[in-house]
Design a protein around this ligand. Structure first.
Ligand SMILES: Cc1cc2nc3c(=O)[nH]c(=O)nc-3n(C[C@H](O)[C@H](O)[C@H](O)COP(=O)(O)OP(=O)(O)OC[C@H]3O[C@@H](n4cnc5c(N)ncnc54)[C@H](O)[C@@H]3O)c2cc1C
Length: 441
């Protein structure tokens, strides 16, 4: 720690984080750069590689300005900016069945950009570079967690509030037989979290009945830094603008292809996704162009396609003595509003705030009553977002004429309300409630 104390010197680490995805890696930096001894356990064998000549990765995230602020404070954003990102200054959302449409612009919202589209691999490589430069973080890659023992139950109910016995630890057993002990274990191991399962934390879960198909495409017309989404009855189809060097862009006729690449996320029924995956490249491009009403002209080229089942899940609890859940391990959300990573980054910013504040007061890192402060600050915000995504999905999935009329009217109405749009945009940009310290400008 900065004041020279260590929260649990008898353990292998103060905090063991399982999962070095974007969320877990960010938490490692938040705690490691503040001086905590962090062990980062990740099942993947190798570090994330990104080279300027790497082809664009189909998995991308729309990072909000608040997430950008967090990553800037950790010294990660300059590496991302020097690699590859696409700032977007406009958003356009419309209904396939009717004329309802809504547009947002950075100018109307009084900000330079609404967010950035960044390939997940670019973000991860930048995070890992910063982790390598942080001596307080030990990387334990190529190791999966097979077992976990939480501190004995009731350990936090000692009379002296927040004084969990410093010897109490959560212990992890790795698949290679090693054991890791830490005052606190954080599960950042994704939507199908093994740690959540080992801890016996139930989830509220439902299958959205949709699969997301992702690919990189080149379009005839330039995307003009606008993120577009068309709501079809089977699910939303998003075109997210990408920045691709001319040298890398797939060969194209005519002018620069750099601004004619998009990452698409096409949410649809599993049967339809299967059919789309099986199409020839030319047939797929033609169907995609139709589904997008030719908004960006012809689809000239599409990369390999990948699909992801879309389940919404919310953990019944985020904390136990010696354990906290963050990111997709705590909540998995439909990607239609591009919020998953951003919510996870808010989780870890809040958790780090609370852990560092608690430590300054001498609270044991695994103390459930202190960890409950994190749960209070994050669970209701995440629950609201999950509900909103469900609402959108049902609203735009309905073919009932009354609902169709209502949503078209609603989109048109909101589009005409400048102040309401600014409020909605601030929400989408992550400016909700009291921001954690690391996210404040
Ligand atoms: C199609 C699609 C599009 C999306 N678009 C956006 C978007 O635009 N914006 C946005 O904010 N979000 C988006 N999301 C959501 C976003 O991708 C997720 O919310 C985010 O990746 C979750 O990050 P995470 O670090 O919590 O989990 P993950 O990225 O799943 O990382 C978990 C890590 O844990 C490791 N791991 C798992 N089990 C173990 C174990 N037992 N032992 C050790 N390690 C383990 C894994 O190897 C992995 O590295 C999208 C999702 C999908 C499916």
């Amino acid at each position: 720690m900065k004041d020279g104390r260590s929260a649990g010197s008898a353990h292998d680490a103060d905090v063991a984080i399982v999962g070095a995805g974007i969320v877990g890696a960010t938490l490692a930096l938040l705690l490691g750069q503040a001086g905590m001894r962090v062990m980062l356990v990740e099942g993947r064998e190798s570090a994330t590689r990104w080279q300027p000549d790497s082809a664009p990765e189909p998995r991308v995230s729309a990072l909000t300005p608040v997430s950008q602020q967090l990553l800037s404070g950790l010294g990660v954003w300059p590496t991302i900016a020097a690699s590859r990102l696409m700032p977007y200054t406009g958003m356009q959302v419309w209904d396939a069945e009717g004329n309802g449409e809504i547009q947002f612009s950075a100018e109307d919202s009084g900000v330079p950009v609404l967010g950035h589209i960044v390939e997940n691999r670019v973000t991860l490589a930048a995070l890992e570079k910063a982790i390598d430069a942080c001596p307080a973080i030990t990387r334990c890659f190529g190791a999966r967690v097979a077992g976990m023992a939480l501190p004995r139950s009731g350990a936090t109910s000692v009379v002296n509030a927040y004084q969990l016995d410093a010897a109490e630890a959560t212990s992890l057993t790795l698949t290679d037989g090693r054991t890791v002990t830490a005052a606190l274990v954080v599960a950042a191991d994704g939507a199908r979290s093994r740690l959540r399962e080992l801890a016996g934390i139930a989830t509220r879960e439902h299958d959205t009945g949709q699969v997301a198909l992702v690919a990189t495409v080149r379009t005839e017309l330039a995307h003009q830094a606008v993120a577009r989404q068309r709501f079809l009855p089977t699910g939303p189809l998003a075109f997210l603008p990408l920045a691709v060097n001319d040298a890398l862009a797939q060969p194209a006729e005519g002018a620069s292809a750099a601004e004619r690449h998009c990452s698409i996320v096409w949410s649809t029924t599993p049967e339809e996704a299967e059919r789309l995956l099986a199409l020839s490249p030319a047939a797929f491009c033609s169907e995609l162009e139709d589904a997008f009403e030719g908004q960006l002209g012809a689809i000239e080229w599409a990369s390999e396609r990948f699909s992801f089942p879309l389940h919404q899940r919310h953990a019944e609890d985020y904390v136990l003595p010696g354990l906290a859940l963050v990111g997709d391990a705590a909540h998995a959300i439909h990607p239609l509003a591009g919020q998953g990573v951003n919510l996870g980054l808010m989780d870890v910013a809040v958790l780090a705030d609370e852990l560092l504040a608690g430590h300054r007061r001498g609270v044991a890192l695994g103390d459930e009553r202190w960890l409950a402060r994190y749960r209070r600050r994050r669970r209701s915000d995440n629950a609201m977002m999950l509900k909103m995504m469900d609402g959108f999905r049902l609203l735009f999935g309905s073919r009932q004429p009354g609902v169709r009329l209502l949503r078209n009217f609603g989109l048109g109405f909101v589009d005409g309300q400048g102040e309401l749009k600014r409020i909605l945009m601030r929400q989408a940009m992550g400016q909700r409630g009291e921001l954690p310290t690391s996210c404040k400008p």
